[in-house]
Design a protein. Structure first.
Length: 141
C-alpha cells in the first residue's frame, strides 16, 4: 500500500517537509536544536504582517472559490511538477496572466494553473521580483 508523502512545514514560506508527527520541519520544530539556537518561533512570520486588503475585496470571493474548485478537479496535479516528471498533488490555483494586469481573465479557466504550494510560492516570488524590476525601470525578461 502506498505511503502518503509528508506534508510541508507550516512555517510561512518554508518549503521543507514536516517531521513525522509534527507540523514543522526540523528547523522550525520547537524541539529541534536549530530552532533553539536561532530563536525561531513556529507559526510567526519573519516579516511584517500582511497589510493587503481582504481576500474577498481583492476578488477572491465565492465565485472564485467555485472556479478554483473546478480547476483543481480538472487538473488535480501540479502542472509545473508534471513538466519535470514529478507527480505531486496541486493545492493552489495560480493566475498565469496576473489579475492586476488582466482583470477580465480573473475567472477564465484557461488562465489558471494548478500548482503545489512550493511551485506556487516560487512563481509568486518570481512575479514580485519582476514587478519590482519593472518599477525600477528594468525590463521584464
Amino acid at each position: 500500500m502506498p505511503v502518503n508523502p509528508r506534508p510541508y512545514c507550516a512555517y510561512p514560506l518554508c518549503n521543507r517537509q514536516a517531521e513525522p508527527g509534527s507540523s514543522y520541519c526540523n528547523i522550525h520544530n520547537k524541539n529541534s536544536v536549530e530552532f533553539n539556537s536561532q530563536g525561531i518561533s513556529p507559526g510567526i512570520a519573519p516579516h511584517a504582517p500582511d497589510m493587503r486588503p481582504s481576500a474577498s475585496s481583492r476578488g477572491y470571493d465565492r465565485t472564485w472559490k467555485k472556479v478554483r474548485k473546478i480547476k483543481l478537479a480538472i487538473n488535480p496535479l501540479c502542472e509545473e511538477c508534471l513538466k519535470a516528471g514529478i507527480v505531486k498533488q496541486a493545492e493552489e490555483v495560480h493566475h498565469i496572466k496576473p489579475v492586476a494586469d488582466y482583470p477580465e481573465l480573473r475567472l477564465a479557466i484557461d488562465n489558471l494553473q494548478s500548482l503545489c504550494r512550493v511551485c506556487h510560492n516560487k512563481k509568486t516570488a518570481e512575479e514580485k521580483r519582476n514587478r519590482k524590476k519593472e518599477g525600477e525601470g528594468g525590463v521584464n525578461p
